[in-house]
Design a protein around this ligand. Structure first.
Ligand code: AVI
Length: 401
């Protein structure tokens, strides 16, 4: 990229990315940093106005800086650094997909974990599900959060570190950021591309916020770097994704979250509630067929990423509420008798035989209190919508004495 001369005053922020590598023209000695809020500079002898953190793993630079006027001209020399987001990457990858698909198809009953739904297309399909008229969860949770914000502000105070589990293109966390004004935000997600897009957007839109991205499969542990042990940590786990874990696994995950937030730390969590079966069945069998596409996308993903003769069209979506287990079950059912090769293994399917792809547990408020308690969390406050379809729960981690 040829260097561009940028005159301060005519500097267009839209043309230069935050955190860009810059050298200054010969007439200026000092350091120049671009922030989302605008350019700022220092000259030798004046106390630096920024902190520059270098992540050894990937050399991502990010800046937290105050604003100071800058006079002079600068030349952009390097490619623009895409963001000031600090990335921690545990590299959860396709190796896991291959291994878990082979193990899941060999098991009885056959199953593939729902975390593999969320490649780029799967995430986009899930966003569409959230907009469906039958899928009450997203809009209901958003409404509850909006209503709860003033109280949340009082209960949580300012300057916390907000850790969002399964960070998405979520509008929900923006409500919290604007109300709570945390000092730092950590987005945690298994999909790196999605995670970077969402955290970069937050970094752009909230210049005052320190933004971290942790690419991890948090169902396998929450070992993410969190530097300041003194800061009050609030984990945010919206969308009732906790329902996609079985109760014991959910306790396991909440125990990891309790350890992450520490004594007296908080978890703000969305939990879908038990309700009439008709409402639940409709939410997972929408008329437009988006949930069916979302479920079948798992097979498209396997066909695209693994060596296989799988034809996704030979399977169909099947979802129903199982009242005895208190959960929605999603399956992919083979339309015909077939033999399926995946990598170097062959699997025989009878017509009507299925692969279990997802559970979505529903709780009463009391049932969830019991589950949370097993992980050391107490229900501090619970908000419901008028029809009691969904709950937002503020849990506090209290050391058991
Ligand atoms: C992400 N999770 C909470 C959704 C749910 O409702 O269990 C996933 C989903 N599956 C089908 N529709 C939505």
């Amino acid at each position: 990229m040829p260097p561009r001369r940028l005159e301060f005053g005519s500097l267009s922020m839209s043309r230069v990315s935050v955190g860009s590598g810059l050298t200054l023209n010969p007439g200026f000695e000092g350091v120049f940093v671009l922030t989302a809020a605008g350019p700022c500079g220092t000259v030798p002898g004046i106390v630096p106005v920024y902190e520059n953190h270098l992540d050894a793993a990937n050399s991502t630079t990010f800046f937290r800086t105050s604003r100071k006027p800058f006079r002079g001209a600068a030349v952009v020399t390097g490619p623009a650094d895409p963001s000031r987001v600090r990335l921690f990457d545990a590299h959860p990858g396709t190796a896991d997909l291959r291994q878990e698909v082979l193990a899941g198809l060999a098991a009885r009953p056959r199953s593939i974990p729902p975390k593999f739904f969320y490649d780029e297309r799967g995430s986009a399909l899930f966003d569409r599900i959230c907009e469906l008229p039958e899928y009450y969860q997203t809009r209901t949770e958003m409404g509850i959060l909006q209503h709860a914000l003033p109280e949340l502000g009082q209960l949580l105070g300012a300057e916390c570190m907000l850790v969002e589990l399964g960070s998405g293109a979520s509008k929900k966390v923006r409500l919290l950021l604007e109300r709570l004004r945390p000092s730092a935000y950590v987005g945690v997600d298994i999909s790196k591309e999605f995670l970077l897009t969402s955290t970069q957007a937050l970094a752009r839109d909230y210049p005052w916020l320190e933004v971290h991205a942790a690419c991890v499969d948090f169902s396998a542990g929450l070992a993410i770097p969190h530097r300041d042990h003194a800061v009050h940590k609030v984990a945010f786990y919206p969308g009732s994704s906790i329902g996609n874990f079985g109760p014991d696994e959910a306790v396991h995950l909440l125990t990891d979250v309790a350890e992450l937030v520490g004594d007296d730390g908080h978890l703000l969590i969305g939990v879908d509630l038990k309700k009439p079966v008709g409402i639940l069945d409709a939410a997972y069998n929408d008329a437009a067929g988006v949930t069916a596409e979302f479920n079948l996308n798992l097979l498209h993903r396997i066909a695209g990423e693994l060596d296989t003769d799988l034809d996704p069209d030979t399977f169909e979506h099947y979802a129903f509420y199982n009242p005895l287990a208190g959960r929605i079950e999603m399956h992919l059912i083979s339309r015909l008798r077939q033999s399926l090769r995946v990598e170097d293994q062959t699997f025989l399917f009878g017509a009507g035989e299925g692969i279990h792809t997802e559970n979505s547990y529903k709780y009463t408020v009391a049932e969830f209190a019991e589950l949370a308690l097993r992980a050391g969390f107490y229900q501090q406050q619970v908000w419901l919508d008028d029809e009691a379809l969904f709950s937002v729960q503020l849990l506090q981690h209290r050391p058991r004495g």
